[in-house]
Write a new protein. Structure first.
Length: 153
């Protein structure tokens, strides 16, 4: 399930209800991303604004979900990604994957985060005391996503 939303979400509540009730689930892997207050050598962040194109973003997120389900024996998955103006310390993304075995859950979770960072159409605007600046794509994120170019089997 993919949820694109503006309001904050409760990480504990979301993870507490994920993967429960199915006795075939042997593992749940998750990742939570938070808005950082400051980067190394950067001025403190006041806010981070995520923009996206409605419709296009949901289609791309669904495609990423389908790819994960094709590559691994995923029993269920949850991606919550926020947009709008977010403050330091707030959760921005939650990825959770359930599977019968931990390796598939770990790999699918990593894949989802790597592809969300590089293939999901979000644009980030960082607001600091020095002004606002759009965040450029990172080559390290592209390198992380490149390892998934071929399906594991």
């Amino acid at each position: 399930m993919i949820r694109l939303q503006e309001p904050p979400f409760d990480v504990g509540r979301e993870l507490g209800s994920f993967g429960t009730g199915d006795i075939a689930v042997g593992a749940v892997a998750s990742f939570v991303g938070y808005v950082r207050g400051a980067g190394a050598g950067a001025p403190p962040l006041i806010a981070l604004t995520l923009e996206h194109y409605p419709g296009m973003t949901e289609r791309q997120l669904a495609s990423i979900e389908d790819e994960a389900r094709t590559r691994w024996p995923v029993m269920d998955l949850l991606v919550i990604h926020r947009h709008g103006r977010l403050l330091p310390g707030e959760p921005i993304v939650l990825v959770a994957v359930s599977s019968a075995h931990r390796q598939a859950a770990f790999e699918a979770c990593q894949f989802l985060m790597d592809w969300l960072k590089t293939k999901a159409p979000f644009w980030k605007l960082e607001e600091t005391a020095a002004g606002a600046e759009w965040v450029a794509a990172k080559t390290s994120d592209d390198a992380a996503a490149d390892r998934w170019k071929t399906a594991p089997r």
